[in-house]
Design a protein. Sequence first.
Length: 389
Amino acid sequence: MENENAWIEIQYDHLQHNVLEIKKLLPKKTTFMAVVKANAYGHGLIQVATYLNTIGITSFGVARIEEAVELRKAGIKGEILVFGYTSPDQCQVLSDYDIMQTVVDVEHARALEEMNIPIKVHIKIDTGMHRLGIDFQRMEELVAIFQYRYLCIEGMYTHLCVCDSQQQDDVDFTNQQIDAFYQVIESLKVHQIKVPKIHIQSSYGVLNYPLLSCDYARIGIAMYGILSTDDHRTIRKVNLKPVLSIKAKVISIRTVPAGETIGYGRTYVCHNETQVAVIPVGYADGIPRNFETQGGYVIIRGQKVPIVGRICMDQMTIDISQYDVKIGDTVTVIGHKRDSISVENIATMCDTITNEVLSRLNNRLPRIDIKAKKIYQTNINYSKKSNLG
Ligand SMILES: *Cc1c(COP(=O)(O)O)cnc(C)c1O
């Protein structure tokens, strides 16, 4: 990290730990489908998927066909399921790269079939979320789709929309969703249709509805070692370790006289002479801009140091008056629970969920495999020679 002044640390041993911990909760027959959409929740799509392949994970879920093709081009082995909509015009791509596609509604099924290209699909069933899926009551249309020639139906699934909640009405609703899904399965059997592989649970589905026994569990956030907020209680407890941290170095320090202000909008007024340090991480790197107004802070040598003034696109300013901080000191911007600056803390303070904070991280900061001391992703090749070709 000698040359870096801000970076994302990835701990692959933690990724493996989380996969093994979650697998312990799954029935033997249930395949762990690693959800790596949105750049693997900000952790780096190709690096994460490649690592998961090396530890035996061969089932992946993504949101978009672009992500699936990227995985294939990087040589990722196993099944890849696209959860989101794909245009029928891209059927050939699905076929060429052996990508499984979700059927998002009856019209989508028909349009995909009409392309006359054999593709593998999972049919999504809408059991109450009312976003994607074929309504669980539209059995006749569903049965007709099972007779299609070009859609090879490998799976059928639904998605739960309040399975993270322990409130009774939410638990009741989730159980209704689950019942509706199994009702569809029973109807298929009545119609003598072979039931494909089934799946229902995402991370919270596994943690709160552990008795379900499906062919896959689609695991995103928990695999990355965190939950969506820091106050979520789950039925099953699982020992998770966060995979990602964001660190930076203090790059500049200045003394600002009493009465002066800091940053855009002059929102922060220095009541006393203030020692201000600058850290080269901003909202363009995924730190929510409103973190400052929510009492945002960073950690330096175990101490909470407050962010003062607006978080800028590329940097933030902190008040180090009370601390002994020098240029080059390492700052933890996102750490683990034990550092008192977990992504759960930040998400909860900013009134969002960790899923949003992580998935908005982009590729500007290099991602570093902390154990191997290897930089996996830098935005620029510094070698002048190779730049010139
Ligand atoms: C994103 C997603 C998941 C993973 O959800 P987590 O809560 O992160 O585990 C599972 N299923 C579908 C359909 C998704 O879109």
